[in-house]
Every structure is written in C-alpha cells, then in structure tokens.
Design a protein around this ligand. Structure first.
Ligand code: AHN
Ligand code: ZN
Length: 326
C-alpha cells in the first residue's frame, strides 16, 4: 500500500485553502476592501503596439495614419467604448497641412467622476535625431514614441470591457503631437508640438467637461525605462504624481518609477494642466545621461525597443490607480 506522506496532505490542504481565499487567477488584490484590479496582459499590449507599427509610420496626413486611425476607432468600439472623433485642418509650423484627428473612447459616461488616460498616436515625420544625417527626413516607426502608450491604453480598454471600474474613464489618443520644430531651432516658448492636445483643451469633446485628473503615457515601452517625476507634473499635479508613483512602488515597480525629479517636458499634459485645468501627470522616461533614450527620434525607434516588462509595469500601475478611484 502506498502511504500518502503528511507533507503532501499538508500541501494539498494549503493549496485548497489558498484557492478558496485568493481571487481567481490573473486577478490582483489591493489593500482597499472590495477592490479587485484585473491583471494587465502585457503580451496583449505588445501586440497592440506591433499592430500599429505594421501600418507604417503614422505621420499625420499619411495613408498609414488614416488606416491606423480607423483601426483604433474599431478597436475602441470593439472594447465597448463610446467613440468620439475630433477633426480639424491644422497647419504645422512649417506650413504643412495637418488633418488632425483626435480619437476618444469613453467608458461609464453617466458619471461626472472621471479620469483621462491619454497618449499621442501620431509618429514623427523625421528621424532628425538620427546619427546618420541622411536619415533626417525619414519618418520613424515610433514604436516607443507613439505606439507604446496607445498599446497600453488599448489593453486597459479591453480590460475595462471585461470588468468595469467604478469611475468613468476617457481614453484620448491625441494626434499631431510629434510634428514640432527640430530641436536645433526649438526654444521652449514655441508651441509647435502637441497640436492635438492643444485643440482638445480648447474644444473638449463634451461641453463643460470635467475630470479629476489625467495620466499621459509617452514612450512607455523601452527596456529598463526610468520614469523620473516630470517637473510640470510635479508643479501642477503633485498629489497625482504621489498617487501614481506610490502605487508603482507598492506593486514592486519602484525601479521604473524613481521618486526623483526629471526635467520639464513640453508634452500633451501641458494643455490639459494649463488650459483645460485638469491636473495631469506625464509618465515619460527621462534620464539625465540619455535623455529620452538613444533611439529617440531616430530610425531605431522600432519594435526592437519594446519590452513587455516595461509595458506591464506601466499598465498595471495605471490600472491600480483607476480601479481604486471611487
Ligand atoms: C520636446 O521635445 C519639445 N518635447 C518632447 C515631447 C515628445 C516628443 N514626446 C514625444 N516626442
Ligand atoms: Zn517624439
């Protein structure tokens, strides 16, 4: 006769006991009673990044841009969002026509307790930071600069359809962020960047729109990214910075979210803070030594620079913040 060792009985009981008390697989519990936060699927986010890149560079006004925009609208609808599109004929600083298209996916529109989650979805028309000057007029894939934030937000949209958070959420994909003046001509007083978010801040997609806060994701896919606390975020939305960065640390993602200050970055959160008066933070990697990364605005910003671990750290952190709002 085969005797079952006590240790096996003990471990079977332990596993049984744990299986009763722990939530279903893939669900992460936070301390707050009654709140379960779904597990962010980073592989799914990765596939949303790669699908965007497969359209080709999403330069505002290009065929690839149009096709990818249609795909984003279809994805948001498939994930249960109420979709609003904003279009306008803008002009870039150099006179290029910019048929701007902001894409907004709204959840739980009945409530005024809302948060904004946003990213830009266009990609830069020029690799003007490339070490090879012959590439300076080549459009970039923008896998990190553009597609990464959108990929994370599409995965959050997919999760919200499966399990709705208490709060209302507006996911905004801003256009025409990256058609700004080249860095050698650029001075901080120019507003050639972030044209889609500037437009949205002047014409919110609902009249008298209000939101508690906003979170901008910009370049959230590179391996070992360090999202230091961007300085405008600290100035305008210090309590939201604390909330997001503390959440990341509680989840074990502290290495990605240093509590130290980064630099001031002109980005889509600025019009939200200064014009729409929504306290908003920018999750953006800034490292004193490499700036936004050696691939930034070069032809190297392709899928080779996308790491599921970084997408997960950012996606899971943002989901915890959203699902813990009531
Ligand atoms: C400037 O370089 C002025 N702002 C950075 C915003 C940006 C560009 N984000 C992605 N590409
Ligand atoms: Zn850029």
């Amino acid at each position: 006769m085969l005797r079952t060792p006590y240790s096996v009985i003990y471990f079977s009981f332990l596993i049984f006991a744990l299986s009763c008390c722990t939530p279903k697989k893939g669900t992460v519990v936070v301390e707050q009673p009654g709140v379960t936060v779904p597990a962010f699927n980073a592989d799914s986010a990765y596939s949303f990044v790669s699908s965007q890149v497969a359209f080709g560079p999403r330069v505002t006004g290009s065929e690839a841009h149009k096709a990818c925009g249609d795909w984003l609208v279809a994805k948001l609808r498939a994930f249960g969002a109420e979709v609003t599109e904003q279009t306008a004929d803008l002009k870039a600083y150099n006179g290029d026509p910019l048929p701007m298209r902001n894409i907004i996916g709204s959840y739980n529109t009945a409530t005024n307790k809302r948060v904004v989650l946003c990213s830009h979805w266009d990609s830069r028309p020029w690799a003007d930071n490339d070490p090879d000057v012959k590439k300076h007029h080549t459009p970039i894939d923008g896998a990190n600069d553009g597609a990464s934030g959108v990929g994370v937000l599409l995965e959050i949209a997919r999760q919200m359809q499966l399990q709705q958070p208490t709060i209302g959420v507006d996911i905004i994909f801003f256009d025409a962020e990256d058609y700004g003046m080249h860095s050698d001509e650029y001075d901080s007083s120019d507003n050639t960047w972030c044209l889609g978010s500037q437009y949205w801040a002047r014409h919110t997609h609902r009249a008298d729109y209000i939101a508690r806060f906003g979170i901008l994701l910009d370049m959230v896919g590179a391996p070992h990214s360090r999202f230091c606390q961007e300085r405008y975020s600290r100035r305008y939305a210090g309590n939201i910075v604390d909330k997001v960065w503390m959440t990341a640390h509680a989840l074990g993602y502290g290495a990605y979210f240093p509590l130290t200050a980064g630099s001031y970055v002109t980005d889509d959160h600025l019009p939200l803070n200064e014009k729409a008066r929504i306290p908003s933070v920018d999750i953006i990697p800034y490292d004193g030594e490499y700036g936004f990364g050696e691939h930034w605005h070069t032809i190297k910003d392709n899928m080779d620079w996308i790491d599921v671990a970084t997408l997960r750290a950012v996606g899971q952190t943002v989901m915890h913040v959203v699902y813990n709002e009531r």
